[in-house]
Design a protein around this ligand. Structure first.
Ligand SMILES: [Zn+2]
Length: 304
């Protein structure tokens, strides 16, 4: 008998309300979501922020799972205490431990449904390949970004983020709820197949590897002097060639892409990233052959 429990998280950001609403509906009707017979634990990441419809109270919960913060004494920010609490309950050595964590977010960017993985852990790459094969979702591989660390799912042996968009913050949208449910069920179905030895891995995983994030051009007073160019706004995942226009204004300001190679923009004009001074992130498309050790590590984790 496998000990496997899958942690499902919604509302890690309190102004992303579609996944928490789905979870609430699911609590009232246990047959609403097909879990493919897996043991799942579903939680609201940041319940206080969700009550307030704010992204967070003191700091971004999804940047608070850093070892230096988790190791601090009591009395810190609410989100750091909440991160410790979630780890104590459902971390790998918690009181009700989970081995896999899936964190459901929404984005204001026109990205459709996508997966985000952090770094190149074998289990994450393996499960992403299965879900991508099942649903055809793009995968954003976030790595080598020292300015952004402490993501929730990195603290579980296997974890990924699901991003569904576009939807404004604090706006309930049935299309976003339906897509969240669809991806959630596909994720659980693929984990279940691994558990029962029925997983069929694709030959390769297509990722969009993070290169860098870029801010709006600003004047000395920190005011943006340009908006995203009309050919960029809303065109997430659409490749940009060298010299493509990036930012423009009504008074003739125009800035072009100075990357040497074609890049693929994501999280274009994501509302939540204004505070992080990110107008968009640039990625590069790469095809990674699915490795035997990815499959083996995922099977070990799920089946033991
Ligand atoms: Zn979020």
């Amino acid at each position: 008998m496998s000990r496997l429990q899958v942690l499902l998280v919604a509302g890690t950001h309190g102004n992303e309300i579609n996944a928490p609403w789905l979870f609430d509906q699911w609590s009232r009707n246990v047959d609403l979501v097909n879990t493919s017979s897996l043991e799942v634990i579903k939680i609201v990441g940041n319940p206080k922020a969700l009550d307030l419809r704010e992204r967070y109270l003191n700091r971004d919960l999804n940047r608070s799972f850093r070892s230096d913060l988790l190791g601090t004494a009591i009395g810190c920010d609410y989100e750091v205490e909440r991160a410790k609490e979630i780890m104590a309950l459902h971390g790998e050595s918690g009181s009700s431990p989970c081995q896999i964590a899936i964190d459901f977010h929404s984005t204001t960017a026109n990205m459709g449904s996508s997966l985000v993985i952090y770094g190149r852990r074998a289990c994450d790459l393996a499960i992403a390949s299965l879900i991508q094969f099942h649903l055809g979702l793009p995968v954003y591989l976030h790595e080598m970004d020292s300015s952004q660390t402490g993501f929730l799912v990195e603290n579980w042996p296997c974890g990924l983020v699901v991003e569904i968009g576009p939807v404004a913050q604090n706006l309930l949208d049935i299309r976003i709820v339906q897509k969240t449910k669809l991806v959630l069920e596909a994720c659980l179905q693929e984990v279940s197949k691994v558990l029962y030895g029925q997983a069929h891995f694709p030959p390769s995983l297509i990722v969009h590897r993070h290169i860098k994030s870029i801010d709006f051009p600003r004047d000395v007073d920190d005011i943006p002097i340009g908006c995203l160019h009309e050919e960029v706004q809303g065109n997430d995942w659409k490749p940009l060639k060298t010299g493509s226009p990036l930012f423009s204004s009504l008074t003739g300001y125009l800035e072009h892409l100075d990357e040497r190679e074609e890049v693929v923009p994501v999280f274009i004009n994501e509302a939540a990233y204004a505070e992080k001074k990110i107008a968009m992130s640039l990625t590069k498309r790469e095809v990674l052959p699915v490795q035997e050790n990815w499959k083996e590590e995922l099977k070990q984790l799920v089946q033991n």
